[in-house]
Design a protein around this ligand. Structure first.
Ligand code: ATR
Length: 271
């Protein structure tokens, strides 16, 4: 069975290494490749013609692909983006595994229901995670640099909006960074000040390059529980694997190979 990630760019995607390792571990007869695609409509025709069993969809195609699919799962419709396609005999169904990946990453360390949760950012990732938190019964606040965008997402999610600049005292139990702030090469940057953290908070970052972002390092120093970006990435991949194969994903080996690949990347970047 053939699988792949469809996006532009995809050269540095860690999905091939993760899914091929999962296939090898479970004995599933699959192979997963990176496909750099500009024409998403043509790619969907290709999936049908070639009998590609499943695909991960990434930037910039997560929204446009929706109009070429036969069915879209309810959460993916609500979020407004598809990152996973399952091909059942030419019938293509779209899913979003990001929200469930984020929820499972959180649940490895904390409960969600009734918790006061701050999402930093108001882009596509924030939207997927926000709908996930709503479905788990968390109490949401959105903080964003651009007020208009933050207010819109907060309204869509039925949560509150706070402008980042107007923050006063820590009041959240869980804080999630969905912006790219802190990503290499600007690794000294933080989306919020360290004064936002208090002991016993859970701080999650979706940035995984570097693995230990400054946000997570500072949060760790304050005694917070931290969740890194690999955790969400691997958990969303596990959901994809389960949709495609009907088997339980080997989460631990997937996490190990992704963490190893990231460390190797870093070494070769330094060399
Ligand atoms: P994605 O789909 O990955 O979430 P996106 O839709 O481009 O990406 O959203 C990026 C988010 O990161 C936005 O919330 C953006 O804030 P704005 O709405 O103000 O643009 C936020 N972001 C990106 N770079 C930022 C920076 N340097 N400082 C603060 N926020 C930033």
């Amino acid at each position: 069975m053939l699988f792949g990630v469809i996006g532009d760019p995809v050269a540095h995607s860690l999905s091939p290494v993760m899914h091929n390792r999962a296939f090898a571990e479970t004995g599933y007869n699959g192979i997963y490749v990176a496909m750099n695609v500009k024409n998403i409509r043509g790619a969907v025709t290709g999936i049908r013609a070639l009998g590609v069993r499943g695909a991960s969809i990434t930037i910039p195609h997560k929204i446009e692909i929706m109009k070429y699919l036969d069915e879209i799962d309810e959460m993916a419709l609500r979020i407004g983006a598809v990152n996973t396609v399952l091909n059942r005999g030419g019938f293509l169904k779209g899913f979003n595994s990001d929200w469930i990946g984020a929820m499972n990453a959180l649940k490895e360390k904390t409960s969600i229901a009734g918790k006061k949760i701050l999402i930093i950012g108001a882009g596509g990732a924030a939207r997927a995670i926000g709908f996930g938190i709503n479905s788990e019964g968390g109490k949401l606040t959105i903080a964003n640099r651009t007020h208009k965008r933050g207010e819109k997402l907060a309204a869509d999610l039925g949560g509150e909006f706070i402008p980042v600049a107007e923050y006063r005292k820590p009041q959240w139990e869980i804080m999630i960074n969905t912006t790219s702030v802190g990503m290499a090469p600007n690794t000294e940057a933080m989306p919020v000040k360290a004064t936002w953290f208090e002991k016993n908070m859970v701080i999650m970052d979706i940035v995984y390059n570097p693995l230990n972002t400054r946000l997570l390092i500072e949060a760790g120093k304050k005694g917070c529980t931290t969740i890194d970006g690999v955790s969400m990435f691997v958990n969303q991949g596990a959901r994809q694997f389960e949709l495609w194969t009907g088997q339980k994903a080997p989460l631990d080996v997937m996490a190990r190979i992704v963490r190893g690949a990231l460390q190797k990347h870093r070494r070769s970047a330094i060399d």
